[in-house]
Ligand binder design. Structure first.
Ligand code: GCU
Length: 662
């Protein structure tokens, strides 16, 4: 039986799957050959498109008539998700090599639109470079008193949970799974990495609710994962300890995993935040993180599951007076010595930068330091530090820089290509009618999925794809406008916020808006050390914290000296006087003033461009965007004025161009 396409609830934005995107497919004659659940999903999609646009779909070879499109299962060796694509003699043929390949092949045809049915195309092989392409939802089941329903969520409530229980709004969840499949995502974790008491029970007595979600996402090729608390044997099992080497603890986890698999046979595995920001972990028992991860890996192994162990471990009770402790060093210091000790089904999930999803950070040195460990790179689609989905900040170029980074320099392997553990994004989706708060933030989610499929793809090409899919009949002027708005938006955001890689300077707690010294005298390890003479963190090996030496050459040398350090990371690696001259030829202080004025001017221009697109964009989408651009501009001005005033007052150096600084 073909699986019906989910009905989008009234008022919910279709994102990158509007009905019109299926027109070229829906007007054609398609033959579907093969069997199995994913074939039924594909059949349902094609049948729905044909019903809308007058085409025809048959199962099997059909009788006599030729087909415009053949979707079939073959026996190529492209793995479970790969497919081949070719067009010859007026027929387009997609041949899946594994079970899920047909799903991705179908969406490939949808992306190509009319191009899929014109001319000829020699056989192409498609397969994802990275096997695990995952979204982590930081969704709480119960509303958390401080963090709300979704921690760092800027798109309303959770799609899965509301007020302590599963929402059970399956059409919406199915529509979500479909969107994810269409951009290549194949795994989801359904609850926050900070596992509070209510959420802890999802592992045991409430696994049925997780199974409900898994069942709805399964037809779209998505495996469901769960964040669990390391203390589960104590808080759920009543054991006196959660020591990973204790036999009773190990047995408890083995049983817990077996019960999970009884409920969800294709369960993906556990996500674990341990010994981090107050979460329990193996340190309590004098055990290593490899001991902790391997215990969970052992429990999951008989069932084919994986443990995603996060490397976000640092001292969040640091004394700001102590200049020798450097939070940036922490992940490497904790984990690099453990290289080779993790089980085969344990993945170490590493934030892309050493700090915390700032607008500019170097690539984490951990990603080059553990060749014998399966590493997953974690990025943040939810824009905690990049405008909270009120500002437009398309992160494609940033992620692309990370994924293309070669820890060993030219000739070495790019981070994205060596991600044997996978690529993970913290989700930016909620129950908002536009899914992501700002409608343009949908581009981040789409780009993440596509980059995870092909980490070295050109993000601008992906953006064009997103535009073409989301606005299928867009006149050229709209496509150009959207490109203008999104292309440079990350750099614009960088310009009006914390300068030259120094990071933070945000309001403590919620992290929105400027507060230059907000974290300066706090225990969180996020300092800029500005004084009357200069600013920045000395992380050199010669005179600073030694962080720069965590890299292999050439980066250890490049970052060690202000003479070779790239401008955009200068204050991350060095403390320099305000008069220090950048490679750009400007002094640091003048760079700060100039970029902050430019950033606001660019935000003003973006608001103007968006206003000019009224009439070309659906009115509800346009209105939401317009409201957000107002706020972006207000906030950008606030950033500019606070940062410029702060540094003018500290340094006493006037702006060369005499602009207004308060
Ligand atoms: C950041 C974020 C937290 C989150 C943490 C994590 O610190 O502010 O809300 O829990 O990252 O990644 O675990």
């Amino acid at each position: 039986m073909p699986l019906s396409v989910p009905t989008l609830p009234e008022g919910i934005d279709p994102a990158w799957l509007p009905p019109d995107a299926f027109r070229p497919l829906g007007e054609r004659r398609t033959s579907i050959r093969g069997s199995g659940p994913f074939v039924e999903t594909v059949h349902g999609e094609v049948a729905e498109a044909c019903e809308q646009f007058g085409g025809e779909v048959v199962r099997g070879a059909g009788t006599g008539t030729s087909h415009d499109l053949v979707l079939c299962q073959g026996d190529d060796d492209l793995g479970d998700e790969g497919f081949t694509y070719e067009r010859a003699d007026g027929t387009t043929t997609v041949t899946a090599s594994g079970r899920r390949g047909l799903l991705y092949g179908l969406f490939h045809v949808v992306r190509l639109g009319e191009k899929a049915f014109r001319g000829a195309c020699p056989r192409e092989a498609h397969r994802p470079a990275v096997a695990l392409r995952m979204l982590d939802h930081w969704d709480n089941v119960a509303v958390h008193p401080v963090m709300g329903q979704v921690e760092r969520g800027y798109a309303g409530g959770s799609l899965f949970w509301r007020d302590g229980r599963s929402r059970g709004e399956w059409q919406r969840v199915r529509a979500y799974g479909r969107l994810l499949a269409a951009c290549g995502i194949n795994a989801v974790s359904v609850n926050n990495v900070n596992v509070h008491e209510t959420e802890a029970h999802l592992l045991t007595d409430r696994i049925g609710e997780v199974a409900g979600i898994a069942g709805v996402l399964r037809p779209y090729g998505i495996r469901t994962h769960l964040s669990v608390t390391f203390a589960a044997p104590v808080v759920l099992g009543g054991l006196p300890t959660a020591d990973p080497l204790d036999e009773a603890v190990r047995a408890w986890w083995a049983e817990a995993a077996a019960r999970v698999y009884a409920a969800i046979p294709d369960f993906g595995g556990f996500v674990v935040k341990a010994d981090s920001e107050g979460q329990p972990g193996p340190f309590t028992y004098g055990r290593s993180h490899a001991d902790g991860a391997n215990m969970l890996a052992a429990a999951l192994a008989p069932h084919g599951g994986t443990v995603h162990w996060r490397a976000f471990v640092y001292d969040h009770h640091q004394d700001w007076r102590d200049r020798t402790t450097d939070r940036a060093r922490a992940a490497y210091d904790h984990f690099a010595p453990l290289d080779g000790e993790f089980a085969d089904n344990a993945v170490l999930q590493v934030k892309h930068g050493p700090m915390d999803f700032q607008v500019r950070e170097p690539v984490s040195p951990v990603l080059g330091a553990m060749p014998r460990t399966r590493l997953a790179v974690e990025v943040q689609a939810t824009q905690e530090y990049t405008g909270q989905q009120r500002h437009v900040c398309w992160l494609g170029p940033m992620w692309s820089e990370v994924l293309r980074f070669r820890p060993e320099g030219e000739g070495g392997v790019a981070v994205g290509e060596s991600a044997r553990g996978g690529l993970v994004a913290v989700s930016n989706v909620g129950d908002d009618p536009f899914w992501t708060g700002h409608p343009l933030a949908q581009a981040n989610l789409y780009t993440f999925g596509r980059l995870a499929w092909q980490p070295v793809a050109d993000p601008h090409r992906i953006l064009d794809e997103w535009i073409a899919l989301s606005f299928p009949s867009a006149p050229q002027r709209l496509a150009t406008g959207l490109r203008t708005l999104l292309h440079g938006s990350w750099r614009t955001y960088e310009k009006y916020t914390a300068p030259l890689g120094v990071g933070f300077m945000v309001q403590p707690g919620h992290h929105y808006g400027p507060s230059v010294d907000g974290y300066e005298y706090s225990p969180w390890g996020t300092y800029h050390f500005a004084d009357r003479d200069g600013v920045g963190v000395d992380r050199s090996a010669a005179t600073g914290t030694g962080y720069a030496a965590q890299y292999a050459k050439p980066w250890a040398e490049v970052y060690e000296s202000p003479a070779t350090c790239p401008d955009e990371l200068l204050l991350f690696f060095h403390h320099v006087p305000y008069g220090h001259v950048l490679h750009s030829g400007k002094t640091v202080i003048q760079h700060i003033y100039d970029t902050h004025f430019e950033g606001v001017a660019e935000a003003e221009e973006a608001r103007r461009v968006w206003a000019g697109l009224a009439g070309l964009v659906d009115p509800a989408r346009h209105a939401r965007g317009a409201e957000r651009y107002e706020e972006q501009l207000r906030s950008a001005r606030e950033w500019r004025d606070q940062i410029n005033s702060y540094f003018f007052r500290k340094s006493g150096v006037p702006d060369e161009r005499g602009r207004l600084i308060h």
